[in-house]
Write a protein that binds this ligand. Structure first.
Ligand code: HAM
Length: 423
């Protein structure tokens, strides 16, 4: 028989990792709520043109990494490579500005046909935040603060906020001309990718990681030195705002991001422990995108965190403040008759608030006890023929080794005595 494997670059999340994911997302949802962000869900696929127009034709994402396909009517659709374009589409389509819904977050899978490696997958999860309708630098500060707060609440250490401004079309165009002139002179020293990008999207040359390109790129003009008055002021106030909140950051004048919609603030949160795919998340301002997608001019800023990378950083350790799991009550049975009684017992224990599980295995009660231990039971109830005929049921506190023979009606109150009241 043929066996099947998940497609290259995709992951199965199995317990306990899948459970950690739920805990992390629960934490994050609490914080989003505290900051006034509300959940939004958009389709996993959209019209291809939505992404080509917003992310940009010349970006790696659009030119090489999209999962695009024709549907049965020949329309070109694409599995979303990121969430911002979809949120903006939904914002415009549903008139969210009229409803005062400018603070939104989402969680879900994204798809990019990249070469898979550690921390880089073809299907990956993002947790994203989009704050629409606010142009002032305090919004930039608030969004970066939220990112840092999320990291703190998960006990993540060793992160670095890298900050840059990519200006607006006015100052950026002038800067790009200057950059292009400078790079033209160094063409022979640059790699093939850089030479190609020099023609299509010179800003992306700055992002090149090829070691041989680092020297020739070291002293190229920096965009922060070429910002127009408005962009310069915005950047200075953003930095001042971060400093006022004691949020450490490093300026990275070569941070340009891989999506074309950014204006002004661009940032990434990185961690060395992640190796070459070091960005846990990234984002920035995109003041022109809403208008570009047919809405009223609306400034906006947001970010997205890669959940797989976050999980890697968290490792196996318990999250700060994460309590132990609720105690498990294991019901072990030795015969078919006892199992029916056991099924009734777990049914009623669960309705009283207990995590309870019926051991389906047959065999002697010693074997049942082993199973209970393997499943981490806090208490074990053993039902055999004797218990059924006498109506006295053995209930054992596993950690203390204490065992009591109880009538069925007394089990709940004994468990409460041992483990406290149920929620
Ligand atoms: P991005 O930088 O392309 O930004 O992706 C954000 C994060 O998603 C990355 O920092 C990384 O953690 C994770 N990520 C990206 N690609 C992969 C991959 N192939 N495998 C695993 N993780 C990955 C955006 O997507 C923007 N939409 C963020 C944004 C929101 N900007 C404004 N609002």
């Amino acid at each position: 028989m043929a066996t099947y494997k998940a497609p290259r670059g995709t992951n199965d999340f199995i317990p306990p990792q899948s459970e950690r994911m739920c805990v992390i997302l629960g934490r994050m949802r609490e914080l989003f709520d505290r900051y006034g962000f509300r959940p939004i869900e958009t389709p996993i696929f959209e019209e291809t043109e939505l992404f080509t127009r917003s992310v940009g034709e010349e970006t790696d994402i659009v030119s090489k990494e999209m999962y695009s396909f024709a549907d049965r009517k020949g329309r070109s659709l694409t599995l979303r490579p990121e969430g911002t374009a979809s949120v903006v589409r939904a914002y415009v389509q549903n008139n969210l500005d009229h409803l005062g819904l400018g603070r939104l977050y989402y969680v879900g899978p994204m798809f990019r046909y990249e070469r898979p490696q550690k921390g880089r997958y073809r299907q990956f999860f993002q947790v994203g935040v989009e704050f629409l309708g606010e142009s002032g630098p305090l919004a930039d500060v608030e969004v970066i603060d939220l990112f840092c707060h999320l990291a703190e609440s998960l006990g993540l250490e060793g992160l670095s906020v890298e900050l840059n401004s990519v200006g607006c079309p006015d100052c950026r165009d002038l800067y790009m001309q200057k950059l292009r002139r400078c790079l033209e002179e160094r063409k022979p020293l640059l790699c093939g990718d850089c030479n190609r990008r020099l023609e299509t999207n010179p800003l992306r040359v700055l992002d090149c990681k090829v070691p041989a390109c680092q020297d020739p790129l070291a002293d190229v003009p920096q965009i922060v030195d070429e910002l127009c008055g408005g962009c310069e002021e915005h950047f200075a106030e953003t930095r001042g705002g971060l400093e006022a909140l004691d949020i450490p950051y490093v300026l990275n004048p070569r941070l340009v991001r891989g999506l074309d919609y950014y204006t002004r603030t661009a940032f990434e949160v990185t961690c060395r422990r992640l190796g070459s795919q070091s960005a846990v998340g990234g984002g920035g301002r995109y003041d022109l995108l809403v208008e570009q997608l047919g809405g009223k001019p609306t400034p906006a800023i947001g970010f997205a965190i890669g959940l797989e990378r976050l999980l890697m950083l968290l490792g196996e350790e318990r999250l700060p403040g994460e309590g132990a799991a609720e105690p498990l009550v294991w019901v072990g049975t030795s015969t078919g008759e006892a199992r029916k009684a056991g099924a009734r017992l777990v049914h009623s224990l669960r309705r009283k608030g207990w995590r309870a599980q019926l051991g389906y295995g047959t065999g002697n009660l010693g074997k049942q006890m082993k199973l209970a231990n393997r499943n981490g039971a806090a208490a074990t109830i053993l039902l055999g023929e004797d218990e059924l005929s006498s109506g006295r049921i053995a209930v054992k506190h596993m950690a203390r080794g204490e065992q009591l023979d109880l009538g069925e009606n007394d089990i709940d109150s004994q468990l409460r005595q041992w483990f406290g009241d149920r929620p």
